[in-house]
Write a protein that binds this ligand. Structure first.
Ligand code: FPP
Length: 227
């Protein structure tokens, strides 16, 4: 089977999953973390080298304060409790997005996690927190202006983006029925295969992921050329 090198995921539907069970929305996020972790292991099993997960967007600040707080505290406690496991399984964990608006304690854990896992190479996991595609492009443009460069091409421009040195995603998976990009990896998804499923993220099991991989394997990728 043709296996993607890089899988990107918009993990949508945690809230609806919880509401459909009369649980608080945050229960959906807790269950969602478990699926994210399982997905990392399934990706390793299938030899997928890069996994990028959309955990919190630049637009998610519009959510109620308590939910935002609960998400940050979930990210923080998860990273803290899993570090040994990342090392044991050779999982490199990195973060994309801006860090200037996040709680300092979370940023500290993010930096520490990146540092202690940076040379691990079974899989590279990128977690997008306070990430927006437009924000990323603007940050890149401002870095370029500061660097004094007068002109850039696709390759040099990419080197200013958050996922520099990472191949573009081969497949983007979005759960929970919405069919949009929601400001995710706008530059990198130019030629990515899109896979949408109605399944809520907390129900996105290994079996569902294998369905997405099977679908991807059947796609003919042309990158604008003739086959
Ligand atoms: C979208 O569902 C989901 C989020 C905004 C949070 C995603 C975060 C996780 C699954 C946790 C991942 C954690 C780590 C450490 C990788 P929603 O709340 O928008 O659902 P709804 O559309 O049904 O309301």
């Amino acid at each position: 089977m043709k296996i993607p090198k890089h899988v990107a995921v918009i993990m949508d539907g945690n809230g609806r999953w919880a509401q459909s069970r009369s649980l608080p929305r945050v229960a959906g996020h807790y269950e969602g973390v478990k699926r994210a972790e399982e997905l990392v292991y399934t990706c390793m099993e299938y030899g997928i080298s890069y996994l990028t997960l959309y955990a919190f967007s630049t637009e998610n600040w519009k959510r109620p304060k308590e939910e935002v707080r609960a998400l940050f505290s979930l990210f923080e406690s998860y990273m803290k409790s899993k570090r040994e496991e990342f090392i044991e399984h050779q999982i490199s964990v990195n973060f994309i997005g801006r860090r200037d608006r996040l709680p300092k304690s979370l940023v500290k854990i993010m930096q520490e996690t990146e540092t202690i896992t940076q040379n691990l190479n079974k899989i590279k996991v990128y977690i997008a927190i306070d990430y927006g595609g437009r924000d990323e492009i603007l940050r890149a443009v401002n870095k370029i202006l500061k660097s004094g460069a007068k002109e850039v091409d696709e390759i040099s421009f990419s080197s200013f983006l958050d996922l520099c040195n990472v191949p573009d995603p081969d497949i983007l998976i979005r759960t929970a029925g919405e069919k949009r990009l929601s400001n995710f990896l706008l530059w990198n998804l130019a030629y990515t295969e899109l896979y949408f499923t109605d399944v809520y993220w907390p129900d996105f099991t290994k079996e569902e992921f294998l369905r997405a991989l099977e679908d991807y394997a059947k796609r003919k990728r042309k990158f604008g050329a003739l086959t």
